[in-house]
Write a new protein. Structure first.
Length: 285
């Protein structure tokens, strides 16, 4: 989104995508391994089979009328459905398919830039090559030999698959990010949409930028928060009055507060519950 990447030596396998922010701060995303990608692919395969079955059911009316044409269309569907399924999901779900969403994986540009539609199309077209000779053996071998676990489609399209980090509860007050007033809290529906729409990776980048904001020069500081604010605004349509008088940095702070406050509250409730349980389970003297 606002970054370039740095990498380790070409001969060594790396386990993370390192994103360098404009001011020189590094942020790492873990790469998906062969096993997690295989499990995600298995889920997608079942979804694709369901679509093919549905397609065959619909064509059941045509096959008796024109058997040759009907069978040719069905055979073609076995090749086209996986490609079209991958393109539609990864574009519509911003780099995810059903399997990747379940396994918390996402396709990204290998350079840390915004994923382009042409990349999604190319990597999915090459699924046919990766699946040769059967059961994705060629693609699996490429993943094992690639230092960033890329199949042939990824290498050609310049993409990688990352694991989305979990959003951990953060004590915002201890980090100096607690706010007396946050206009986004007045709109719980919009706040819920923001929490659902924002990637954990983006939320962690925003939090990192806020924590290091005082270490930034004025120019890079303005650029970073302008890019983050523009990205978050593009995810959810917000009423103008909620953000009209907010600077980009203040808006990003409010978004971070919204994203992390629910997890912080859950963490507090768990601590209280554990404390109460220990108090009641403590044996009497």
């Amino acid at each position: 989104m606002i970054a370039t990447t740095s990498s380790s030596s070409a001969s060594a396998r790396t386990h993370s995508l390192v994103i360098r922010l404009p001011e020189g701060v590094d942020f790492a995303l873990p790469l998906a391994g062969p096993m997690s990608r295989f499990l995600a692919r298995s889920i997608d395969f079942m979804a694709e089979l369901s679509l093919v079955w549905l397609f065959r059911t619909v064509l059941g009316v045509i096959v008796p009328l024109a058997p040759d044409v009907g069978m040719a269309v069905i055979v073609l569907a076995y090749f086209l459905v996986p490609v079209l399924y991958g393109i539609a999901c990864e574009w519509g779900l911003r780099g995810q398919t059903l399997g990747k969403r379940v396994l918390k994986l996402r396709v990204m540009d290998a350079g840390g830039l915004r994923l382009r539609f042409s990349q999604i199309v190319l990597r999915n077209l090459l699924r046919v090559v990766d699946s040769l000779p059967a059961a994705y053996l060629l693609g699996g071998a490429a993943c094992l030999m690639s230092r960033r676990c890329q199949r042939l489609g990824d290498l050609a399209a310049g993409t990688i698959v990352v694991r989305l980090p979990r959003l951990e509860a953060v004590e915002l007050a201890r980090l100096g990010l607690d706010f007396k007033f946050n206009s986004l809290r007045e709109k719980p529906v919009l706040a819920a949409r923001l929490r659902q729409a924002i990637d954990p990776a983006d939320a962690n980048i925003a939090l990192l930028a806020l924590l290091r904001r005082d270490q930034l020069d004025a120019g890079p500081r303005v650029e970073i928060f302008a890019a983050l604010a523009a990205h978050f605004r593009s995810l959810v349509s917000l009423p103008e009055e909620l953000t009209l008088d907010l600077s980009d940095e203040a808006f990003v702070r409010n978004v971070v507060d919204i994203v992390f406050q629910a997890r912080e509250q859950q963490a507090r409730e768990k601590r209280v519950e554990a404390s109460e349980r220990q108090r009641f389970e403590r044996p009497s003297a």
